[in-house]
Write a protein that binds this ligand. Sequence first.
Ligand code: NCD
Length: 307
Amino acid sequence: MRHMLNPLDFSVEEIDQLLTLASDIEHNLPKYAHVCDGRKLATLFYEPSTRTRLSFESAMLSLGGSVLGFSSADSSSAAKGESVSDTIRTISCYADIAAMRHPKEGAALVASLASRIPVINAGDGGHQHPTQTLTDLMTIRSLTGRLGHMTIGLCGDLKFGRTVHSLINAMVRYPHIRFVLIAPDELRVPEYIREDVLKANHIDFKEVNNLDEAMPELDILYMTRVQRERFFNEEDYIRLKDCYILDRKKMKLAREDMYVLHPLPRVNEISTEVDSDPRAAYFKQVQYGVYVRMALIMTLLEVEKPC
Ligand code: NCD
């Protein structure tokens, strides 16, 4: 039995197969309408979510399966003090696969150790968010036709942003990747990412504060929200929340073939005037998120691809 806790749980070849399956699903959706008939997905969400939870549900429904779950810790027995291990042991009796989001780093790993069904990490604190990364990889591959040979600008809250950590983890395995890490000093990537992932893999990267200067060299600009819920005090959040705002003026500095991605939700960091720019790809990204989660559910449940 396999889980998806970190993008590195799948080899580059396996991710390639998964993205190819996701792309086939995109183009032949009706063919997949019954491949998970009778199977159940449980969504265990201890933290707020719109896209991740609903895209998982939409994915399973589109495969013919059913969904059950909870969308806040308050409405589950966590509020009574139940451990994640006991909860997943219980859920293993009700469902065939589970997607879990939890505010604590490592929660999905703890769940996987007690689980009889595949566990998907749908975000664990400020740590990892592998299915967002699969979404990002599918978006980049679909829009540019490649996954290597590019300069990726990651901008905003690189300290607490789990989507950033997972994306860096996944991208360093492709050839000729360069990163421009754009953040205020307080929100730089954590040291373990800089040392154990970037430097250990001899990745070309630089850390800068200025978004305008970075714009012209980027193939992809990955904007992120300042993660209010992970700050220890509100004053720091207020001081940093609007550190970068991508607007039409800044987009003029970018290449014509650059794409803007964002895991969403956005707060202020991308002005709505950018939405109509053909390079704004964040709502396309949402759509890819469904196909990639369909492919992941099929892969973890070992469902045969229909002919
Ligand atoms: C992200 C998350 O939960 O980490 N959202 C998502 O799943 N698309 C990004 C965020 O909340 O800022």
